[in-house]
Design a protein around this ligand. Structure first.
Ligand code: GLN
Length: 531
């Protein structure tokens, strides 16, 4: 069977949760034994979000093949357990880059290169690329941005053309907002009508409308929307606010989103969706026995999206441990040696977040020192692990001025140093050590105990590494390497065995935590915080 395409667009307001709706639909179709891929098209000119400040765009999510991508890809993986790749996230920048490269090669010799058809052709080619592999029955493509934005126009034009070409083999879902006016006590459909009108002006007729709302929508309202927007009343779907994003697939099942999509595509419903594992997780999420307080220390904590995958991994890990993890967001610039005891009071453990550059480093070091000296469970990720190494060097090994060459390029004691193959690198985009690499674990370590296996693969995003010249000195003083890359000898995990739970990873375990497969290190860390 050749692939079927579902496009998801959004209107009225941004941040309505297109990614969650797309992920939920994928989950439901997968639960009916369809092979589904999610894809995100982002209408900005950066080639990828790798060079974007998290304040602009939230977390940068990294795939196995080392693509730096939009955080929605994290949702896709957490919901469906299907690994994503470079092909699952395409930006305007990448589309233009491809077209311009072709032009320079002479592929269009003699022709004027234009948005239509050349840019739109390249967009369609990228949408169809995933389906062409024959690995998926359905490809769900989410178009970033909001209908009416100048930036999204070429993408929507490509969707129009694609639907014309594919006919029955495509469905378009448009997500909008139905605001509630408390003064008059009314739900308003006009913004939805206008948003659909904007789509119609560019020749795109949605098949299904998903309406975000704070209140239940009655059948009159749904019928009215259907009438004005040329869709069937059954295809007007309510998406009411819920406590957790993980409830959305169940709500969408109740609203029959998956059935309507399959009917429109003339595909069999197959079995009832098998959501047993998912519902078990939801039950655990809502019926916990204990709570645990974990401090997340970082410099972007005002914006929780900057640490999206970490926050989600804690939710997964909590459910496994029958507990709720309450994340206490602590700004690394607000803490220091003087106030650290006060700031970490009442916490059962701390996680020091990944990051780049000097800002907030002092606070991270104070927090790590406190956790190490007070037997408070500690989990350091990437920069968090590197800071644990520096703290140990300075305060246990008494190596004065020990530092990372990222923060202090001329340090006499580079316990964290730029990786050898990074030394000639000057371009910033896509040049870090990225993606999945093997890690061999030391038997008897906490990492080994958590994973229950000797060799694991984890995703990376860094330029600096533990300097193995100092390894012996560290190990003699009880900070040991418990995970190592078998090909390069790079230190991937450090631990302090005599501590209750003190572990740092050079890789990012958070990217691989999903509802069905919570990450073993997060599970073990939450457990240590509970005991
Ligand atoms: N800045 C550090 C490095 O490049 C850590 C990166 C990170 O935390 N992702 O090695």
């Amino acid at each position: 069977m050749s692939s079927i395409y579902v496009c998801v667009t959004g209107g009225v307001a941004s941040s309505l949760g297109k990614g969650i709706i797309a992920s939920s639909l994928a989950k439901l179709l997968q639960a009916r034994v369809y092979r589904v891929a999610n894809q995100k098209l982002d209408p900005y000119i950066n080639i990828d979000p790798g060079t974007l400040n998290p304040y602009e765009h939230g977390e940068c999510y990294v795939t196995d093949d080392g693509a730096e991508t939009d955080l929605d890809l994290g949702h896709y993986e957490r919901f469906t357990d299907c690994p994503t790749s470079q092909a699952n996230n395409i930006t305007t920048g990448r589309i233009y880059q491809n077209v311009i490269n072709k032009e320079r090669r002479g592929d269009f010799l003699g022709k004027t290169v234009q948005i239509v058809p050349h840019i739109t052709d390249e967009i369609k080619r990228n949408i169809k690329l995933l389906g062409a592999k024959g690995e998926y029955d359905v490809v769900i493509t989410e178009i970033g941005g909001t209908v009416g934005d100048i930036e999204s126009l070429p993408f929507l034009e490509a969707v129009r053309q694609l639907r014309w070409e594919l006919g029955e083999k495509s469905v378009l879902i448009h997500l909008t907002l139905v605001p509630f006016l408390s003064a008059s006590g009314e739900l308003k459909t006009k913004p939805t009508q206008h948003s659909v009108k904007s789509l119609l002006e560019i020749g795109v007729q949605p098949d299904i409308l998903v309406l975000r709302t704070e209140h239940k929508l009655n059948s009159d309202l749904k019928r009215k929307v259907a009438l004005f927007c040329n869709v069937q009343p059954e295809a007007v779907i309510e998406s009411i606010d819920v406590d957790t994003i993980y409830e959305v697939p169940v709500r969408m099942e109740e609203e029959k989103l998956d059935q309507i999509v399959l009917e429109k595509l003339e595909l069999p419903l197959n079995s009832e969706p098998d959501l047993e594992g998912w519902k078990k997780f939801l039950y655990k999420l809502n019926n916990y026995e204990q709570e645990v307080e974990i401090g997340l220390i970082g410099k972007y904590v005002e914006l929780h999206d900057a640490y999206k995958s970490i926050a989600e991994a804690f939710i997964h890990a909590g459910a496994v441990n029958d507990c709720k993890v309450n994340v206490c967001w602590i700004h690394s610039e607000d803490i220091n040696d003087e106030n650290i005891a006060e700031n970490l009071k009442g916490l059962d453990g701390i996680l020091v977040a990944p990051g780049f550059g000097n800002r907030g480093i002092g606070g991270k070091l104070s927090a790590i020192k406190y956790a190490r000296e007070n037997n408070l469970p500690f989990f350091g990720i990437c920069l968090g692990m590197q800071m644990a190494v520096i703290e140990f060097a300075r305060n246990v090994l008494h190596i004065e001025g020990a530092d990372s060459t990222e923060m202090s390029p001329k340090t006499k004691h580079p316990v964290i140093d730029l990786m050898e193959n990074q030394k000639g690198v000057t371009e910033k985009g896509g040049t870090m050590r990225l993606g999945s690499y093997k890690c061999v674990l030391l038997e008897g370590s906490k990492a080994y105990e958590a994973y229950g296996q000797k060799v694991v693969e984890e995703r990376h995003r860094h330029r600096y590494e533990f300097n193995n010249e100092y390894k012996e000195q560290f190990e003699k003083a009880d900070m040991i390497t418990t995970g190592i890359n078998p090909d390069t000898g790079l230190t991937e995990i450090i631990e302090i065995p005599s501590h209750k739970w003190f572990l740092g990873t050079q890789f990012h375990p958070e990217y691989k935590s999903t509802v069905i497969k919570p990450h073993p290190l997060f599970v073990a860390f939450a457990k240590a915080c509970l005991s």
